[in-house]
Write a protein that binds this ligand. Sequence first.
Ligand code: DAK
Length: 258
Amino acid sequence: MAFETLIVEISDHICLIRLNRPEALNALNTQLLGELGQALREAEENEKVRCIVLTGSEKAFAAGADIAEMSQQSFVEVFGSDLFGAEAEAILRCRKPIIAAVAGYALGGGCELAMMCDFIIAADTAKFGQPEINLGVVAGMGGTQRLTRFVGKSKSMDMHLTGRFMDAEEAEKSGLVSRVVPAKKLMEEAMGAAAKIARKSALTTMAVKEAVNRSYEMPLREGLLFERRLFHALFATEDQKEGMGAFLEKREAQFRDK
Ligand code: DAK
C-alpha cells in the first residue's frame, strides 16, 4: 500500500519505516498512526521481512502527538473513539523485532512510540522527553508506565513533572536506550543490528520478544517458568538442532524457521 506520511522500503529482509511529516517534526496524527499500523501489519505478513527498523528524520524521530489535531477535541471524542488505542495495539501486536533508530526529538508520543519498539538505538543528537505537562495533560501512550520501568521512579517523575528533555548520553546511562552512536552512523548501526537479527531463526526471535516482554507483566516466578518452558519448547524445532549442530561443527548456522 502507498503511504503519505511514511516511507517504507524493504531490502535484505529488513523493512525500514521512516516517519515522514517533516513540516510538523513527524508529529503523530491519526493518519500517520493509522498508516504505521498498516505498514507494520504488512511487514508482519510479508515472509521476506525478518526485522523492522523505525526511524524519523535527522531533526526529529517524532515531536509527539499532533497538538494541532488534538487541541480542540472533546472528552466525548477522545474517550468515545479511544484515541490512539487501536494504533498503539497494532504496534504492540507485531511479533517481528522492531528497532527504533532515534535522532533529534523523541517527545511525548514520540518517546512513547520509541519505547514501544523492542530496543532503541540513539544518535548523539537524540533528545527524549515527556513534556505533556506543559500542555495540561499527562502522557497517554504509556509514558508514565514504560519510562518509569526504563529509568526508575525518580528520573521518570523528574521528566514528567518538569517536562525537561534528556539527551542521548543520559538516556544511555539510565537504560532508556541500548546504544548511542554519532548521528552520521545511526542508520548504518541500526541496519547492521537489523541484519544481524534477520540472520537468526525467526521462531527464536519471536520467542525472545515474548519472554522479555513477559518480564513486564508477570511475577518473577511465573516469568522464569515461562522462559524455561519456551526454552524447552524450542527443542522441538529444527533450528535448535541446526544452531547447536553448527556450533559443534564450527560453522555458521543456516536457520530455516522450522
Ligand atoms: N504537534 C504538532 N505540530 C508540531 C509538534 C507537535 N507535537 N511539534 C512540532 N510541531 C510543528 C511546529 O508547530 C512547527 O510548525 P510550523 O509553525 O512551522 O507550522 C514545526 O513543527 C517546527 O516546530 P518548531 O518551530 O517548534 O521547531 P523548534 O526547533 O523551534 O522546536 C520542539 C522543536 C520539538 C522543541 C518544539 O516543536 C516542541 O516543543 N514541540 C512540541 C513537543 C511536545 O509538546 N510534544 C508532546 C505532544 S503531546 C494518547 C497517546 C499519545 C498522546 C496522547 C494521548 N492516547 C492513547 C490517549 C501523546 C501526547 C503528546 O505527545
